[in-house]
Design a protein around this ligand. Sequence first.
Ligand SMILES: O=C(O)CCC(=O)C(=O)O
Ligand SMILES: [Fe+2]
Length: 506
Amino acid sequence: MPKRKSTTEPSGSNKEAKSFLSKDKFRKVCSQLEKTIVDEKNSSAFVCGGTIPIKDEAAKLKNQIPKPSNPVTIFWESKDGSHAKKLVLPLKDPNDDSLRQLVADCEPASFGKGQEDVMDPEYRKAGKLEPSQFATSFHFMDFGLQEIIENILAPPLDLEKKVASRRIETELYKLNVYSGPSGLFQKHVDTPRSKTQIGSLVVCLPSAFKGGNLIVRHNGKEIDFDWEHQSADVIQWAALYSDCEHEIKTITEGERITLTYNLYIAEPLEADAPISLIDAKRLALYEELKSILQNPGFMPKGGVLGIFCSHAYPHTASNVETLLPRGLKGADKTVYAALRSLGIKVDVLPVVIDDEDSYTYEVDEEDEEFVGSVGAITEEYKKEKAEKKAKKEAEKREAEKSPERSAEYLEYKHLGRRVHVGAKLQPHIVADSNKLEEEGGLLATIKTSWPRSEYSRPITWIANPQHQELAMSYMAYGNEYSQQTVYSYAAIMAVIPPYTERQISN
Ligand SMILES: O=C(O)CCC(=O)C(=O)O
Ligand SMILES: [Fe+2]
């Protein structure tokens, strides 16, 4: 049975109010937590890959591991659509003309830039065939790739024994040919084909080439798929989250032939299907959070942790409620799962950071708690804080006079900027200008049109905001009308109960 920590606290309840961690200690604990979360973000898988050998008839090996593939056949339609052609990889006969014909029958490949499809050989030089124009004997399902990808990029779960693995659905997207001496695809993130797309799978067929490394980056980490050495002999593959930046280095010789697939997180079978969670108790983060929460001096009266997501999600899409938190990736999922397993109320919520540096809100001094990014406190920031204090106090007195609930419960700070946390994830909204207050502006718009979360405790922000989505558009009043947009970040918001109410079992 979970025990109430208060009963084991030797200092006694009358000392509780004095058992706050000092500001410095609190900051240290938060910095350590931030470091663990950032390390988790850095070490979490954002890409995976492997090799599939080609069956060697002569060797007649049985039960080879990994399971080998037959040579891969591709049929495609001729440019005039009048007949089909065939290519088998790896090429047995160097004089075989079929590879050259495939290259000739491809159309130049475009790439997505914003909403547009752009053709620019400086940026992407490749050929493509649409799935309707070719057929292949290669089926990645035959080699267990789906399971590997599901396990690494969308791990299956175990929460209160309700196992709900996050199934991935795949869709063949293109056949691409990158040819030497100048084929390439410069740095980009993939344009998601739908709101549920989480990643892409690239299968590189056996055909000799030089160069053409696929490089994938996330959170300062880089994975380099150097495929040239085995390019002639085996199938090589990589699956990555679509929001990770990647590039294909110049192919200096030969043909790099790939099948690309879109990876989607499968829609839940029922709306209330349990959220899939990894077995969080095995995570280092779980242990660290647990010991922090068992510390009576950590947020003794309760508080809120706001942890900015490290991956990009379409968190203002129309189907966002089915998408998140189910579709959390990598470290975000780990953080969410660890907090949930510790019985903490945790939500994924949109966060608007107001860049107008016109507002300050201070936590009650007695809280001895710091609001802001723990990683970024500077002397300058402290000084600025002190200077604004007088102004703030005047504002606060004003606010207290107001019959409305004081704004301090709804507006928080991140590095001295005003922050609003949404009440829930919601699709992008177009605010009704008529309802806006006369002075207009972001604050007024948010107040009237964007439901916000109300917390009675300050928020401690962990990690840096990463990726914004359009949250709201509205007409602003000024000398002229203008269309304004408001962007939000997704953050994992955890409400930490007062120490005496935490139920952390050992
Ligand atoms: O071929 C590859 O390695 C990656 C392809 C790619 O990035 C894309 O098609 O968007
Ligand atoms: Fe890509």
